[in-house]
Write a new protein. Structure first.
Length: 256
């Protein structure tokens, strides 16, 4: 659903919690909303971290707004939010889901941060039509999301808010971001934690391994999940994700 009333819910709004001098930026994915990152935000805030969870341009409003947004605006929003968090915190980790994970890698490639956590971040996707989005858009202006497979049943519906589909031409924007991030993975030198589920129905199953193999980070970890879908941040595997992020952020402090 994407009625305005849906995104007026508190869990769909940007979130900020002022905690200690270790901060984490959280970014949702393509067509998603801050609700997909809210459970992580709440749990990290409870651990004393400063937490910022943003809504990317064109998201958490309506699909017309998404059609008017661009990949440049999404990347700029990610970088601006990172700078704002760096002004408040000594240590900054950037974390994102799906497209938010791609933006996370781009931020790590282009800015000085202390750690990054791409979750369900694609370097390729299972739907090969994504690369043809710009060509297909005039004939098929909108793509509707499917109902999802059996693993979607485990998601917390109280936090599962995003668009039911997307303007086809925005698929080309997503593809552009993926290519940019993939091209410059070697520029990532900060500690990295890559999270992916073996049951992810959306991205290429080799994405996490590809990222781990192509970054230049001395500290690189992979958290491999099972039994949960692409939007694993609102799944039963949430505690494992939060614990891994917490451990990463603690190690950043210890190594500084």
């Amino acid at each position: 659903m994407e009625q305005a009333s849906v995104f007026q819910r508190e869990v769909c709004q940007p979130f900020f919690h002022k905690g200690g001098d270790s901060g984490i930026l959280l970014m949702h994915g393509f067509t998603g909303s801050p609700a997909h990152m809210r459970k992580i935000a709440d749990q990290l805030a409870a651990k004393g971290y400063t937490v910022s969870s943003i809504a990317l341009p064109g998201h958490a409003t309506n699909e017309a707004d998404m059609a008017a947004s661009t990949w440049q605006q999404w990347l700029e929003a990610a970088k601006r939010a990172t700078l704002e968090l760096k002004e408040q915190c000594k240590y900054v980790t950037v974390c994102g889901l799906s497209m938010g994970g791609v933006l996370t890698m781009l931020v790590a490639e282009q800015m000085q941060i202390d750690a990054c956590v791409p979750i369900s971040a694609p370097v390729d996707v299972k739907n090969k039509l994504l690369g043809l989005a710009a060509i297909a858009a005039p004939l098929y202006p909108r793509v509707a999301w499917g109902k999802g497979g059996e693993y979607h049943k485990c998601l917390d519906k109280a936090y599962d808010f995003g668009y039911a589909g997307f303007p086809t031409k925005k698929g080309a924007d997503l593809n552009r971001l993926i290519k940019l991030a993939k091209k410059n993975l070697f520029n990532i030198t900060c500690p990295i934690l890559v999270v992916q589920s073996e049951n992810d129905e959306t991205i290429w199953e080799g994405s996490a391994d590809y990222i781990i193999e192509h970054v230049s980070s001395e500290k690189r970890q992979k958290l491999w999940l099972t039994g949960v879908p692409h939007v694993c941040t609102i799944s039963p595997e949430l505690p494992a994700i939060v614990d891994a992020i917490d451990q990463l952020m603690q190690s950043v402090r210890q190594d500084s």
